[in-house]
Design a binder for this molecule. Structure first.
Ligand code: DGY
Length: 440
């Protein structure tokens, strides 16, 4: 890539972050997602730090203002109650059925990947001696631990060190085929389902979004959560969807490690974290590794079995230092093969599966923040060449197809397109690009 092209990517990222900033938080993209999203805020905070460190801190601070008493950090904070272009809005979630949910900001009743620990470590690596950041880190550290404690307390009924999700939106990989079998367990009785109107499909191409049938099931699960006051323990007993997600748990392990690494410097206790971490890593390798797939799998707790699909979550533990060298080699080989076959890295789902859909959200497309994590993980394990491909593939996709939400993985198809998929001017696309440019 030429210097001019790189400069254009940097300028483009900066412009998007300015455009999406809303006094205290950043929207993922203006029209489709007009509120504060949890894991988006983590990635975006990293990059705000390049321009204004105080904004990076403010963004995380604002997010944790929505933390529930039980420790959960919700997946969406509805800072404005007047915005009507998103479904399901705060009134539909009605999260105050849970006594510990703050009255303000209103929030959803589910969570998202716990990225904040590793984001905090990353910020402290970038601005090692900044006094304000150190003070901020001391303030937010116990809140992040409280979030992790929530996952281990309310979402791990068998005390395995692996927590469950009960709504696909918690995983961030909303419509991945991973969840199909669990969602099909739901008997939809339309007379009992509340009437609702999707808004996303009038803002983005419906062929790039989840289907109506999937939406009915998402809405059913919100109703189900609400009826159970969004209480993890009750949900564990009854939910038709109960899954130990490979990516969510890998991210938790990565963030645990970051907090452990920071604890001494911040004069914080790390004994609890170390205990969680030891058990989680062991269970992760014992329960989620699949010889058949040559990668990690999610575990369906209702069905009592692994979910046998090759997908991006099964590779993500490379970012958390979970696999040994032999397993890591298999993950790297999987990616190298895809590259050799003419795919941009990293497709979100198995390109050889009949369920692969190269443009439909999490059933195939390349997602920027996934490339960011996998690039960092590959580098850590010493797969330098592959790490460079993961980085340059994303930069090329964004340069040629714009700062979109997700991208076509088949190179031959992508070359014929004029844009990426989903929302445009996307915050975490800007942040992944900019941070990767800085990563050597
Ligand atoms: C959406 O609205 O599609 C989001 O992914 C849910 O968080």
């Amino acid at each position: 890539m030429t210097d001019t092209q790189l400069r254009q990517l940097i300028e483009g990222s900066k412009a998007i972050l300015l455009e999406n900033w809303k006094e205290g938080f950043t929207v993922p993209t203006k029209n489709l997602y007009p509120f504060q999203w949890n894991w988006d805020s983590g990635f975006v905070s990293l990059v705000h730090s390049y321009f204004f460190l105080f904004i990076a801190m403010l963004l995380l601070d604002t997010l944790f203002k929505g933390q529930w008493e039980n420790g959960m950090v919700p997946h969406i904070l509805f800072h404005s109650e007047n915005e009507t272009t998103y479904f399901p809005n705060y009134d539909f979630w009605n999260s105050n059925v849970n006594q510990g949910a703050p009255q303000k900001p209103k929030s959803s009743g589910i969570t998202q990947p716990p990225v904040h620990g590793f984001i905090l470590e990353n910020l402290l690596e970038k601005f090692h001696d900044n006094e304000e950041l150190l003070a901020f880190a001391k303030d937010i550290f116990p809140k992040i631990v409280h979030f992790h404690r929530f996952l281990y307390t309310y979402r791990d009924p068998n005390q395995e060190g692996l927590f469950f999700i009960y709504h696909p939106w918690e995983s961030g990989r909303d419509n991945s085929p991973l969840w199909d079998e669990s969602l099909d367990r739901i008997q939809i009785d339309r007379s009992k389902l509340p009437t609702y109107k999707r808004k996303d499909t009038s803002l983005a191409d419906s062929s790039e979004r989840p289907t109506d049938d999937q939406y009915d099931r998402y809405v059913y699960l919100i109703q189900f959560g609400k009826e159970n006051q969004y209480d993890g323990k009750a949900i564990a007993k009854e939910s038709p969807v109960l899954i130990q997600d490979s990516m969510m748990n890998a991210i938790l392990i990565k963030s645990n490690q970051s907090l452990i690494n920071l604890a001494d410097r911040l004069v914080m206790d790390k004994a609890e974290l170390e205990e969680w971490q030891q058990q989680s890593i062991k269970s992760y390798n014992d329960k989620l590794w699949s010889d058949e797939l040559g990668m990690y799998a999610c575990y369906d707790m209702r069905g009592g079995k692994q979910i046998p699909f090759k997908e991006i979550g099964g590779i993500s533990p490379i970012y958390a230092g979970i696999p040994d060298k032999q397993k890591a080699d298999l993950l790297a080989k999987y990616l190298q093969d895809l590259h050799d076959r003419g795919y941009y890295l990293c497709p979100s789902f198995d390109v050889d599966s009949p369920l692969f859909d190269s443009k439909r959200y999490w059933r195939g497309p390349v997602w920027p923040q996934m490339n960011w994590m996998i690039h960092m993980g590959l580098k850590e394990y010493g797969y330098e060449g592959l790490a460079k491909i993961v980085k340059s593939d994303l930069l090329e996709l964004v340069r040629t197809l714009g700062f979109h939400e997700y991208f076509e993985p088949e190179k031959s198809l992508a070359k014929k397109l004029s844009r990426g998929y989903g929302g445009d001017s996307f915050s975490w696309t800007a942040s992944s690009v900019l941070d990767l440019i800085h990563s050597t």
